[in-house]
Design a protein around this ligand. Structure first.
Ligand SMILES: NC(=O)c1ccc[n+]([C@@H]2O[C@H](COP(=O)([O-])OP(=O)(O)OC[C@H]3O[C@@H](n4cnc5c(N)ncnc54)[C@H](O)[C@@H]3O)[C@@H](O)[C@H]2O)c1
Ligand SMILES: *[C@@H]1O[C@H](CO)[C@@H](O)[C@H](O)[C@H]1NC(C)=O
Length: 315
């Protein structure tokens, strides 16, 4: 004869099992729902939201992808704030935007790797232009050579500009976004932030860091159910800005350098449609995730076959 206690234990166990089974069933439905939703949004593309009246701050917008982004946002009616360490190129960007007939562009000299400088210039921006609603962390550098040929100052510089700067701009602009529960953070990582590449050890490290920062921050903000601040991480393949000095591409026709204007258009589109992350081009996302499920040796065969890389900029 089972005792009363044993009967009770058995009863709780059955209730617990039923509860977990129900939870797992709910989870399965949620996953299925997410799948269907993502397929539907692939087919019926979400309308890009307007950026008219937004204040968009783009770091490193004196040249390359950042500059193209500044043109695009200005042409869509946004107020554009350009930050760069290079004064000549930053003011030149403003001048070219104004020549196109968009008066709402401002340049501020700022070294994003310097926390004091970031916080001071951010205050200046707030007083002269207003609250930044879209922050695009774009400034970056890419010294390219074997790890042991990187100087310690260079490694430090890569981490300061490509990673630490994100903390300082977030410190400057996230509080106001939180206060209004409104805003968008966009960060430039790289395909070098999803797989390791020879001659780019510190750079890959910095771009992996950006990915981790963005993913964790997204999760943290999402924990607040009312959060409306959006996050977008960008992983471009090599873009034709001069940043990649000696690209090696085996299949020139299949994998050409990305045009900076096209890269900027993809980035703005991803931001305006609230996409959480995109690779440029898009197929790399799927190819990479599939590849990661394979055994290491198979991954390496594929890596060698694709044959994309960068020669040392010292040789
Ligand atoms: N070009 C590519 O192939 C490629 C690929 C993947 C990711 N990315 C990333 O995209 C971003 C933009 O790259 P790009 O090719 O347009 O580079 P770029 O060199 O053409 O432009 C970068 C701009 O950032 C500015 N800058 C550098 N250090 C700064 C600092 N400390 N403070 C403020 N401004 C600073 C430079 O003066 C320059 O105007 C970078 O983060 C880069 O890592 C580029
Ligand atoms: C400034 O712009 C010119 C012309 O686009 C470019 O050649 C140069 O490399 C830029 N300087 C920097 C530091 O990005």
């Amino acid at each position: 004869m089972p005792t009363n206690n044993q009967v009770q234990d058995c009863g709780t166990l059955i209730v617990q099992v039923a509860q977990v089974t129900a939870d797992v069933l709910i989870l399965l439905f949620q996953v299925l729902y997410a799948f269907i939703l993502s397929i539907v949004t692939l087919v019926v593309r979400k309308q890009p939201k307007s950026v008219r009246g937004e204040i968009v701050l783009i770091t490193g917008a004196g040249h390359g992808i950042g500059k193209e982004l500044a043109f695009l946002y200005a042409s869509q009616g946004a107020t554009v704030v350009i930050w760069d360490i290079n004064e000549k190129n930053g003011t030149q960007t403003v001048k070219e935007i104004e020549q196109l007939g968009h008066p709402k562009a401002h340049f501020f000299l700022c070294d994003v790797s310097n926390r004091e400088n970031v916080l001071t210039v951010a205050k200046d921006v707030q007083q002269k232009v207003g609250d930044v609603t879209i922050l695009i962390n774009n400034a970056g550098i890419m010294p390219t050579h074997p790890l042991l040929e990187h100087s310690k100052d260079e490694i430090q510089r890569i981490m300061d500009i490509n990673v630490m700067a994100h903390f300082w701009t977030l410190e400057a602009f996230l509080p106001v976004m939180k206060k209004h529960n409104y805003g968008h953070i966009v960060s430039l990582s790289s395909t070098a932030g999803i797989f390791g590449i020879p001659n780019l050890v510190p750079y890959c490290c910095s771009k992996y860091a950006v990915r981790g920062l963005m993913e964790a921050l997204y999760q943290e903000c999402r924990a607040d159910k009312k959060n409306e601040i959006k996050f977008t991480s960008i992983y471009p393949y090599m873009v034709d800005t001069g940043l990649c000095k000696k690209p090696i591409i085996k299949f020139q026709n299949l994998m050409p350098l990305v045009n900076p204007k096209e890269a900027a258009a993809e980035i703005m589109d991803a931001q305006r449609r609230d996409l959480n992350e995109i690779t440029i081009p898009r197929y790399i996302f799927y190819a990479h995730n599939l590849c990661r499920m394979l055994p290491l040796k198979a991954q390496l065969f594929i890596f060698d076959f694709v044959g994309v890389g960068l020669e040392s900029d010292l040789s």
